[in-house]
Design a protein around this ligand. Structure first.
Ligand code: PLP
Length: 380
């Protein structure tokens, strides 16, 4: 088998010991053995989330966690506010429209973060707004939205909750669920948790549970009240993704041992080293509020970013990501999430230099790599 590098912003590379753990024989999900694992995982999730709130585990991709939040919080015709500054902001809008909610969008130019003043203005204009939907990190643009400020704004409004898609943020950099007043926080297994895709997680504040109890949108599988009841019996409402949860138990144990500050520092270091490298090549960053999760790079004038991605994948066995929707061809994205280290970043940078050279962009071989190596050496 050829050597293969996965450096896309999800799914991400999974460590071999976790893969091995997940390949152990399946245990029954209603057994005391599995209940003990589940209970420990639920406690450890609170550490990751920095919360005292219950964290539900769903067998679905991240979008399932988003849809579950919409249907469990709201009733037909409710008014909601959506921050729409990328593909995943658009997904909030699509989900809310699917369920007939009255949606007001704050449209943000791709590459920029939302201005909290705009959100305050919209909430002041409509105090009946039930929920504000936002991404902590908009993966399609590499932008971090100011969720701490949004939390402060929403916290003082008794009838409104803040719903944060933190699918590519939680566990990557600081995100304080309770201290920042984030009512509902969603994440997935295939990003910072470095697991395969298939699990979604949702934390729910007391204020949000208040809405859940009254919500009338139709739902069957994604039912927070049923899950909460099952949690009381140390189980899940439906068959859980047993092997993934066994892998998750290992990952969360390791996160607690390493500590969140060191994990955040690791992502920051990979991100800064990579950003230093691409800038030294003469390339520009796309995001004006860059994150530690990924580096998003503008394709140079006249070069289609999809071709850079294609050369890396087909010639060098390296999977990074291109742009989505309106950013297609204009950007390419390198992940810092997953089982990756500084040497993987050096490989990605070297491959980008080679691909750009092949596409006719004037690169000086080693310039980006040298700058990144210097950064990594000085920031050990
Ligand atoms: C910020 C964000 N939201 C939502 C999603 C959708 O998650 P999934 O593809 O797991 O359904 C992604 C996936 O890339 C994401 O990065």
């Amino acid at each position: 088998m050829d050597k293969y590098y996965l450096m896309a912003p999800g799914p991400v590379t999974v460590a071999p010991d976790i893969l091995a753990k997940m390949s152990e024989p399946i245990i029954h999900h209603r057994s005391p053995q599995f209940s003990a694992i589940l209970t420990k995982v639920r406690e450890d999730l609170k550490y990751l989330y920095q919360t005292k709130n219950d964290c539900l585990i769903l067998a679905s991709s991240g979008t399932g966690g988003m849809e579950a939040s919409v249907v469990n919080l709201l009733s037909p015709g409710d008014k909601v506010l959506v921050i729409r500054g990328g593909k995943f902001g658009e997904r909030w809008d699509e989900l809310c429209n699917t369920y007939g909610l009255k949606t007001v969008n704050i449209d943000v130019t791709w590459g920029k973060a939302v201005d909290p003043k705009e959100v305050k203005k919209a909430l002041d204009a409509d105090p009946d707004t039930k929920a504000v939907f936002v991404q902590a990190h908009e993966t399609s643009t590499g932008v971090k939205h100011p969720v701490e400020e949004l939390g402060a704004l929403v916290r003082e409004r008794p009838n409104t909750v803040l719903v944060v898609d933190a699918i590519s943020a939680l566990g990557v950099y600081e995100l304080k669920t309770d201290d920042w007043g984030l009512d509902v926080v969603i994440t997935g297994s295939q990003k910072s948790l470095s697991l395969p895709p298939g699990l979604a997680f949702v934390s729910i504040s007391d204020k949000a549970w208040g809405l859940v109890e009254k919500a009338r949108l139709p739902k069957y599988y994604f039912n927070f009240l049923k899950e909460k009841k099952a949690m009381g019996r140390e189980t899940t409402a439906f068959t859980p993704a047993v092997s993934l949860i066994i892998g998750l138990a290992e990952v969360l144990r390791s996160i607690r041992t390493t500590g969140l500050p060191s994990i955040f520092a690791h992502h920051r270091r990979l991100s800064e080293g990579t950003k230093t490298g691409v800038t030294a090549m003469g390339l520009e960053l796309f995001s004006m509020a860059p994150s530690e999760a990924i580096t998003v790079i503008k394709s140079p004038e006249g070069i289609d970013g999809q071709n850079i991605v294609k050369i890396l994948r087909e010639k060098y066995g390296i999977t990074i990501a291109g742009g989505q929707a309106q950013a297609k061809g204009r950007i390419f994205r390198i992940s810092h999430m997953g089982h990756l280290d500084e040497w993987d970043m050096i490989i990605a940078l070297a491959a980008v230099e080679r691909a750009l050279n092949q596409l006719g962009y004037p690169v000086e071989f080693g310039k980006g790599v040298a700058a990144a190596e210097k950064y990594f050496a000085q920031n050990g």
